[in-house]
Ligand binder design. Structure first.
Ligand SMILES: [Zn+2]
Length: 405
């Protein structure tokens, strides 16, 4: 059975390339990024699905008020299985903008095939997996195999700008249940040997210190915001690491990371004492720690340093993703995925956590076990984004193995 699935896919590789290029030729860019959303791409995808013999997709279309109101479609295709239990493969239709066009060796939205690689914006993130999921269904249909679970292919909007009108909308509409098996193939490596089951929480904080500007030769006339910012940054760093030393071997690195990062430009001249400083922390926090307790330490330190220095200190949370509990190591979806990877590659994948940022977290927060896996080059969002033919075929084979059960 494995060999027939493999040969079906190999025999269809030219069609897979053609369909991938066809799909990416519709620039599904979010209105926040200056685009028109996923509507045209979704229409074309529906056409393609029907041409390829898949059932009529269901449409779920929230309105995005940005830029005068744009409809953000999500498509779900269901293929009945031997039971009612559902296996969801969730891929996203939207892409990030092409960026600097001069950095591309081809038209990002026409794409190009060179050797074993297909180039274009969105071929890797997330077109490769979208096409792989469709061809996995086609392989089963061609071979007359009824899937063990009901197969649901989910093609969502808005992954690149927060998922409000994509995954989050579908979860709010009650599409999923904790009994479902969910794979989000939107992160992985070029060996295909890593499965992500956990993410750290994310907290981005920007601090503003206000003192009083003056001449550098007369510091007593002002209040040096640069010095206060240095002190605050140093003390925050130390207090946070002291308060949260916990380790979790699921992650690499195994600790929460709390890093001072961006510092905004202050004065234009070396002889001016700055009256204002802005700097940021990027915190990636282990799931066992609540972000509220992190913020308590931040709050206390800010108050303390402000009191000591008489500077005005405020902070703003630029991003907050509370961590979800990891998907269990004995969950059905992880078992099924690992077995399917072993069947396809003859190796066992490593299972672990990452620093955060996929939409599997939304599932986990709703109590739905989700796993993230892909076999892909690390070129998402870059110019000359590409997909390796071999990766595309292998992913389709793993999805087909999962569907077959
Ligand atoms: Zn993606």
């Amino acid at each position: 059975m494995k060999t027939s699935i493999r040969s079906f896919l190999r025999n269809n590789s030219a069609n897979m390339i053609q369909d991938l290029l066809r799909i990416i030729s519709f620039p599904a860019i979010a209105p926040q990024n200056g685009g028109k959303g996923e509507w045209e791409k979704a229409r074309e995808l529906e056409k393609l699905l029907l041409e390829r013999g898949l059932p009529q997709p269901e449409w779920y279309v929230p309105e995005d008020p940005t830029d005068g109101g744009v409809r953000r479609p999500n498509l779900v295709v269901r293929i009945p299985g031997r039971t009612d239990r559902k296996l969801y493969i969730v891929t996203h239709m939207d892409v990030v903008p092409e960026g600097d066009l001069s950095a591309w060796d081809m038209d990002p939205f026409r794409g190009k095939v060179m050797g074993e690689r297909i180039y274009g914006r969105g071929v890797n993130d997330n077109g490769q997996e979208l096409i792989a999921s469709i061809y996995a269904v086609m392989a089963l249909q061609a071979l007359g195999i009824r899937p063990s679970l009901e197969i649901c292919l989910c093609f969502v909007a808005d992954e690149e700008t927060g998922s409000t009108y994509g995954i989050q909308h579908l979860i709010e509409r009650g599409l999923f249940s904790p009994e479902d098996l969910v794979i989000v193939p939107d992160g992985g490596n070029s060996r295909g040997d890593f499965v992500e089951i956990a993410e750290k929480g994310i907290l981005w904080i920007s601090f503003t210190v206000k003192g009083q500007q003056c001449h550098a030769s007369m510091p007593h006339m002002g209040l040096n915001a640069c010095r206060v910012a240095n002190q605050l940054s140093f003390e925050l760093d130390r207090a946070l690491h002291k308060a949260f030393p916990d380790e979790d071997d699921l992650f690499d690195p195994p600790v929460s990371t709390m890093e001072p990062t961006r510092r905004k430009t202050n004065v234009g001249s070396i002889n001016i004492i700055p009256g204002k400083e802005e700097f940021s922390f990027d915190c990636r926090v282990l799931p066992s720690i609540s972000l509220d307790t992190v913020l308590e330490v931040v709050e206390e330190k800010c108050r303390e340093v402000a009191h000591l220095t008489k500077a005005d200190i405020t902070y703003e949370i630029l991003q907050r993703n509370d961590p979800a509990q990891p998907t269990r190591k004995d969950s059905d979806v992880l078992g099924l995925l690992c077995r399917s990877i072993e069947e396809t590659y003859s190796f066992s994948p490593e299972v672990g956590g990452i620093g955060g940022g996929t939409c599997a977290a939304f599932f986990r927060k709703s109590g739905i076990p989700a796993v993230v896996w892909a076999h892909e080059a690390d070129v998402a969002h870059m110019p000359n984004e590409y997909c390796e033919m071999e990766h595309l075929l292998k992913e389709a084979e793993v999805f087909a193995a999962m569907m077959k059960g």
